[in-house]
Design a protein around this ligand. Structure first.
Ligand code: AMP
Ligand code: MG
Length: 409
């Protein structure tokens, strides 16, 4: 059985990122991957601006003066700059947050530090040059890089682009992902269950998780346990997808044909990983498409999707996913574990009196979607460990939320 880390490494070498790019509006760019670096087309802020409500003055020579008296000669509001110039030492211009600093001014006296009497403003607070001024280009200078190639564009990147007036961005084309389930026992929701049948949840789960990625996902339905149909369906689908994901049929049962079919019509690069849940995961290629044969058990299918498929989708789009944020927590309860396989249990991570504590979510059977119900993390029990005793330290990685954190580099 292949060690999990070795499997991650081997997989990285199989990925050929898509080459085509397209120009899209930033309105439609969430989750897309920047295919070029993006530079600020303007200084931000574009002018020296007041950071507070108050009075713009020339602070030169005023730092040590006791009480200071100013004539309020004009006002500058956000979007409505003052016409006047602060030209005499006693000039002040009423300013508000975001307003342009009038010519000749270089500091803002806080409204709270000022006493206003008609057109006179008095303050005894010290005034230093540059106080409460946001200088032009202080956030970013025109021409400097605000996003490098290969970045998955978040709400925050796109907001920054908007602030710079950027309308569209060059991104890699969407990765095309085809999803099949396999199994004679599977029934689509909305139909009654006959004897021995179950509802297809893996195809739903994978399609649902794919919605967190900016991919072109294609739900290709359910294939029966028939090698001929499996071969023709996968061959056909491989012609216009970058990645094919199936579930079921990769174990060693009499009706498990997927792996042997892919070995015939394409190539299985590796199969059987020292992983729990998810041991039968099969990874290979069919034509130019990458192939992931996820195990049929619903928990195994989801865990292997998170660990192997999700980061591969990022890489296909040209983005190197960040390694998962690994936290150390003490485990609440005893975890039975046999050395030799790496185990990813579902757990609930809490901070109790400032200490991270993780509680596994009950019987960890790989068929039990219930283990995901209250889970917010995966508890990693490494291959060299035996049973983990109550209170011992374990590593945990957070499960992705709607922000779609990559799970594994
Ligand atoms: P297999 O690997 O095909 O032997 O499947 C292992 C287990 O997962 C069996 O209990 C299957 O019924 C179940 N299973 C396979 N595919 C799905 C699916 N798409 N949705 C729910 N359960 C499945
Ligand atoms: Mg099956």
């Amino acid at each position: 059985m292949l060690n999990v880390d070795l499997a991650f490494q081997k997989l990285v070498h199989l990925v050929r990122p898509v080459k085509e790019t397209e120009r899209v509006s930033i309105d439609a760019a969430i989750g897309r991957i920047a295919a070029e670096s993006v530079k600020a087309p303007i200084d931000l802020p574009p002018f020296d601006a007041s950071a507070m409500d108050g009075y713009a003055v020339d602070a030169t020579g005023l730092a040590h003066a006791a009480e200071k008296r100013f004539d309020v000669i004009d006002e500058s509001l956000a979007g409505r700059p003052a016409a006047s110039t602060v030209s005499a030492p006693g000039d002040a211009v009423r300013v508000f947050t975001g307003a342009s600093m009038p010519a000749g001014s270089n500091a803002v006296v806080l409204q709270e530090d000022a006493v206003r009497q008609g057109n006179t403003m008095l303050t005894s607070a010290p005034i230093r040059c540059d106080q409460h001024v946001r200088h032009r280009g202080h956030d970013v200078r025109r021409g400097s890089e605000i996003c490098c190639r290969g970045t998955r564009l978040s709400h925050f990147h796109l907001s920054w682009f908007a602030a710079c007036g950027i309308e569209d961005v060059t991104v890699s084309r969407r990765v095309r992902v085809g999803v099949f389930s396999t199994g004679d026992e599977l029934v689509e929701r909305g139909n009654p269950l006959e004897a021995g049948q179950i509802y297809d949840s893996n195809r739903f789960a994978i399609n649902s998780l794919l919605r967190e990625k900016a991919v072109e996902a294609c739900d290709l339905g359910c294939i029966p346990d028939d090698p001929v149909t499996i071969a023709s369906s996968l061959e056909e689908a491989s012609k216009n997808t970058d990645l094919l994901v199936t579930s079921g049929g990769v174990s060693v049962g009499d009706a498990d044909f997927v792996k042997e079919v892919v070995d015939r019509i394409g190539r299985i690069e590796f199969w059987k990983i020292a992983l729990k849940p998810g041991k039968p995961l099969a990874i290979g290629t069919i034509g130019d498409a990458l192939f992931f044969g996820l195990p049929g058990n619903p928990v195994s299918a989801i865990v292997t999707y998170l660990l192997f498929v999700a980061p591969t989708i990022d890489r296909l789009g040209g983005c190197e996913p960040a390694p998962p944020l690994t936290l150390t927590a003490s485990v609440n309860g005893r975890v039975k574990h046999s050395a030799g396989r790496r185990e990813y249990l579902r757990g609930t991570l809490q901070s109790i009196d400032g200490q991270l504590v993780v509680t596994p979510t009950g019987d960890q059977g790989s068929n039990r979607l219930a283990t995901f119900a209250d889970a917010n993390c995966l508890v990693v029990v490494n291959e060299d460990r035996h049973d983990v005793e109550d209170g011992e330290s374990v590593e945990v990685i957070l499960l992705p939320d709607e922000a779609a954190h990559p799970m594994r580099s």
